[in-house]
Design a protein around this ligand. Structure first.
Ligand code: 73E
Length: 754
């Protein structure tokens, strides 16, 4: 520690007592950079390039210190000088370079690749503004830009750049690099590309900006609003900048390491994270051909090198670009894409797998499946749905390409970093092995009947709930009762995730409490969710929850038993506060729609019980913990898929026959709600639920109600048994470590370092 103190004092050029948090932060950034650099290992054999439009990395300082084994020392050293790590963390802006699960998964994967000492880099874009900042004004969401680039961010500006041609004009993509050091592992890099000319002064109002000036706006925002043509075009510009610069970098690195490009497979494995980077396929083919390789061989090389991950079956998320868009932005790629389409058409008569369809739409996922050697889903159920229905035509063509890789999360951030008290307790019981070998958590099973252990675990949960309560008070001036049950639903706002089901339940409870039917325990229902700026109904759902929260807060009879807290601007930093404090994890998507979910894994690992449908990775969580340690409800994916196929779902029938549903839905435009909320928003949501309800909320309403009431009663009646079941959940969470996921990708798809 003395050595650390000397280093820090030298870096700050004065006694630590005299330093501002800014100065200490900058010094630590340099320290981490230097330590990370020591762990760069020369690459031998095949190296991974994980290409993704999103890397939701979150704050980096504490995580990097943990991975470098420096966290405890730094913390003690700061404390000795009257400084707190928590306050220091406040200085760092969060890089929110992702929307949600897909981007966060990419960040967890980079951590695990480096921790497993595998050679593997990320390739993405350096957005100047991350996902918008969410503000609640008049109980409605509005959006402002999230400027995260400060005077000292983690990305190192390099002298490396590549020329990328967009709509016939040349642009220079500059490389920025963020070091990614694994837990006691090697250092890899996250490579982010940007244009020097990008300029935030073209942001007009809120998050709208002049979309025509590519040189100035290309990397301004993560996924600009794509509700108009200019926005959609901009998305293609972004994607191509990323893949073209990325592909050039890959070929350059591999050539420098000795590849003659015919043997590219011995040097590179490229993982395509959903369809956003799919243009890397024709781009690599184009570049290989330009270096003298014949088209057929180039196709073969690229197919062997690339693999594709599918993250969703929602049709609107599967990208299909009008041919004329691509003709405009990437005319150099169209001949390649046309030749690939011709190849497919010569191989199979089945037109449904064509790349360019009869309406001149280019199907990115189709190109991925034909011209990569692996297509994987992200949880067992999701992969089965891909094989059995969504991508069945492809599965019949290439059964050998399809495989499952159930998602995972890095325990360094989602346990060690966010829940140090629980981490220390687990370590005291089973030793430190679980930090690198998550299956070690199984050893906790030996303690499920140990009352002392259970009491300590309950006390840790209580501490974390108090910490969340304190954070809510200091950041949003919200007071919560830590003795209530904390049920948390935090994830993007989307109808398929069904925050509206939770909303209807809360309205139902409001009526029940007023009628004197009291629940087993007071409930605090916590939400964290951003709605896409153009997603009207999602914003209506946020409004309804905020209005209901106010209605309840103003009613002393109900507010003793029920409180709704909607956390503003949910992001990774907020998640780190919320997850350790959760008792009941709400994973209530419509079965078949949530490909995996990863929040479900984070909550389980931190000792929450899950209330969920048999969807995504919930299915595997239920298998791991057993039915007695999870609250499962609702229709099965098979039932849901059948209902969609028959096309005979009629929400109005459910509304008409069920008085509980009717009462809850009607309340949306009742006088209590309209006294505080907007008739436009609430009426539209009500109408949607009765007339459409595309994600089948009403059929699951009663089952949800019954299971949730059961959970509340169990929590109140037998708290020790609740904690015992929480411990079972923690002990079974090992499978959901991203180290396991990455080991599987490596064994089955990448074969790195060989
Ligand atoms: O179920 C999640 C999954 O856990 C899925 O919805 C999400 O990916 C997670 C990680 O595998 C996802 N995000 C997107 N598609 N699937 C997506 C689509 C378009 C733009 C941004 C994200």
């Amino acid at each position: 520690m003395a050595e650390l103190e000397t280093t820090l004092t030298e870096l700050c050029k004065k006694d630590l007592n005299m330093c501002t948090y800014e100065e200490i932060y900058t010094a630590l950034l340099h320290l981490v950079e230097a330590e990370s650099a020591k762990r760069v290992v020369p690459v031998s054999g095949r190296k991974l390039y994980y290409i993704s439009a999103e890397f939701l990395i979150g704050k980096l300082l504490s995580n990097n210190l943990i991975n470098l084994g420096l966290y405890d020392q730094v913390k003690s050293c700061l404390e000795a000088h009257g400084k707190s790590m928590a306050e220091l963390e406040e200085i760092e802006p969060e890089p929110s370079l992702g929307n949600g699960g897909l981007g966060r998964l990419a960040a967890c994967f980079l951590d695990s690749v480096a921790t497993l000492n595998l050679p593997g880099d990320g390739i993405g874009l350096r957005y100047h503004c991350g996902l918008f900042h969410q503000n609640f004004t008049s109980l409605l969401q509005d959006e402002t830009p999230d400027y995260w680039l400060g005077s000292h961010d983690w990305a190192e500006k390099t002298d490396t750049s590549y020329t990328v041609s967009l709509a016939g004009k040349d642009y220079t993509a500059r490389l920025y690099r963020i070091a990614v050091t694994g837990y006691e592992g090697r250092t890899n890099y996250l490579n982010l590309f940007d244009l020097d000319s990008v300029d935030s002064s073209c942001i007009e109002e809120g998050i709208s900006f002049d979309k025509s000036d590519i040189a100035r706006n290309l990397t301004l925002f993560l996924y600009p609003d794509d509700s108009d043509d200019a926005g959609r075009l901009l998305r293609i510009y972004q994607q191509y900048l990323m893949v073209s610069a990325g592909a050039q970098m890959i070929l350059e690195e591999c050539t420098q390491r000795g590849s003659n490009l015919h043997d590219l497979y011995d040097y590179a494995a490229v993982q395509i994270n959903d369809t956003h980077p799919s243009m890397v396929i024709p781009e690599l083919i184009r570049l290989l051909c330009a270096k003298g390789i014949a088209f057929e061989e180039a196709v073969e090389i690229v197919t062997k090198v690339c693999a594709y991950t599918n993250h969703t079956i929602l049709a609107e998320a599967l990208e299909k670009w009008p041919r004329h868009y691509l003709n405009k932005v990437v005319p150099q790629l169209m001949p390649v894409i046309e030749k690939l389409d011709a190849l497919v058409r010569s191989k199979t008569a089945d037109k449904s797998t064509a790349i360019i369809d009869d309406n001149d739409l280019v199907h990115m996922a189709h190109m991925d499946i034909h011209f990569t050697h692996s297509t994987n889903g992200v949880a067992a159920l999701h992969t089965e749905i891909l094989k059995g229905s969504e991508l069945n035509h492809f599965y019949r063509l290439y059964p050998e390409k399809f495989n499952n890789k159930t998602n995972g999360i890095t325990f360094r951030r989602w346990l060690l970093k966010c829940n140090p008290e629980l981490t220390a307790f687990i370590e005291s019981l089973i030793g430190p092995g679980f930090k690198k070998d998550a299956s070690d958590l199984e050893k906790l099973a030996a303690f499920t009947e140990d009352e002392n252990v259970l009491r300590r675990l309950a006390a840790i949960k209580q501490d974390n709930k108090k910490a969340l309560a304190h954070w809510l008070k200091s950041t949003q001036n919200i007071t919560v009762n830590p003795d209530s049950l904390f049920a948390i639903q935090s994830k993007r706002l989307h109808e398929y995730k069904r925050q509206q089901l939770n909303l209807l339940y809360l309205i139902h409870q409001y009526f029940e409490i007023k009628a004197g039917h009291l629940p087993g325990t007071p409930l605090t229902a916590v939400f964290g969710a951003k709605a896409a700026p153009a997603y009207t109904i999602a914003k209506d759902i946020i409004h309804a929850l905020l209005v209901l929260s106010a209605v309840i807060a103003d009613d002393p009879e109900v507010s003793k038993w029920l409180q709704i807290v909607f956390i503003e601007n949910y992001n990774v930093t907020a998640a780190e506060k919320m997850i350790p404090a959760c008792d009941l994890s709400e994973q209530i998507s419509l079965a078949s729609k949530e490909a995996s979910g990863t929040g479900n894994m984070k909550f389980m690992l931190n000792g929450a019980l899950t209330l969920g449908t048999m969807d995504g990775a919930n299915v595997e969580i239920a298998e791991a913990v057993g039915q007695e340690n999870i609250y499962i409800f609702g229709e099965s994916s098979a039932q849901v898929i059948r209902r969609y196929r028959h096309g005979d779902y009629c929400a109005r029938e459910w509304y008409d026959i069920d008085s509980n549903i009717r009462r809850a839905v009607n309340f949306l435009t009742g006088s209590e709600m309209l006294a505080r909320g907007s008739r436009d928003h609430l009426g539209r949501l009500q109408n949607e639920l009765i007339q459409k309800d595309w994600f089948q909320t009403l059929p699951d309403f009663n089952a949800y109600l019954v299971r949730k009431s059961q959970a509340l009663a169990d929590y109140a009646l037998n708290p020790l048994d609740w904690t015992r079941r929480a411990l079972v959940n923690i002990s079974k969470a090992g499978f959901f470590s991203s180290d396991r996921t990455i080991a599987e990708y490596n064994n089955d798809i990448w074969h790195l370092g060989i």
